[in-house]
Design a protein around this ligand. Structure first.
Ligand code: ATP
Length: 238
């Protein structure tokens, strides 16, 4: 039984077309934990998620899952091992119904079946049950983000990677979504959340890291010293 971090980035360096954008990133996420990765535009937050999902192999450093080195392993294999990325912009199919958006996840990731997917989704997000026949593109932004989360949960994730969940949503909706994320973590999922604006996610985060120009400038418990750190980088002050 491994009691260390479920997801671990060790000295990760990553580049696009020869330009290095991550300069040795160390980050751990344990099962049941919410880790917030914060930082300004272009700091490298999304790239960290892409490395964690296997979509962008690092030039140097290692990706570990449950203590096993999985650096360079195909994204599909990481998905089957329980790594799930919910991208910025949510990735739902606007012309498909809520139900079809869910059912197309059948046997993705760790392979939940149709009935279990619907049961899990509607149990956790009752608003989706009421709208199961509705085209996803006509849902409100918050409902679409719930659908994106539900699609992620359909994969039975061990590691959930969330990119800018709050994008374009009202603060109250964001707070509600993060309560749901906290609940997902309490079930034992390791959650890594990327946000540019920090306030809402810090209410539920167990650990926070600030990335600036591809380097982790600060990490620790989200408390007063983090607020000072964030305002020094001109992020949204919570
Ligand atoms: P944002 O909050 O704006 O999404 P971010 O912190 O998520 O920013 P990344 O998307 O990881 O930042 O980008 C880090 C750097 O890498 C940026 O300078 C960006 O321009 C560059 N970059 C990202 N994706 C690519 C790509 N596919 N090709 C070339 N450069 C890229």
């Amino acid at each position: 039984e491994n009691s260390g971090p479920l997801l671990e980035l060790r000295g990760v360096r990553a580049a696009y077309h020869g330009i290095t954008v991550l300069h040795g990133v160390d980050l751990n996420v344990a099962a049941g934990q919410v880790v917030a990765l914060l930082g300004p535009n272009g700091a490298g937050k999304t790239t960290v998620l892409k490395v964690a999902a296997g979509l962008h192999p690092p030039d140097a450093g290692h990706l570990l899952m449950g203590g096993r080195d999985v650096t360079g392993i195909r994204p599909s294999r990481l998905a089957r091992a329980g790594v799930c990325l919910i991208p910025e912009g949510r990735g739902v199919f606007p012309n498909l119904s809520v139900r079809d958006n869910l059912l197309m996840m059948t046997f993705c990731g760790r392979g939940r079946g149709r009935e279990e997917i619907e049961e899990t989704a509607y149990g956790r997000f009752p608003v989706l049950a009421a709208r199961r026949g509705q085209q996803a593109g006509t849902l409100s932004g918050g409902e679409q983000q719930m659908l994106a989360l539900a699609r992620g949960l359909a994969t039975d994730p061990a590691v959930l990677l969330l990119d800018e969940l709050s994008m374009g949503l009202a603060p109250l909706v964001v707070a509600e979504l993060y309560e749901l994320v906290a609940e997902i973590a309490r079930q034992g999922v390791a959650v890594l959340v990327v946000e540019q604006f920090a306030a809402a996610v810090l209410k539920i985060a167990d650990h926070a890291a600030v990335v600036v120009r591809g380097r982790i400038q600060w990490q620790g418990h989200p408390d007063g010293s983090l607020q000072a750190e964030l305002s020094s980088y001109y992020l949204g002050s919570p």
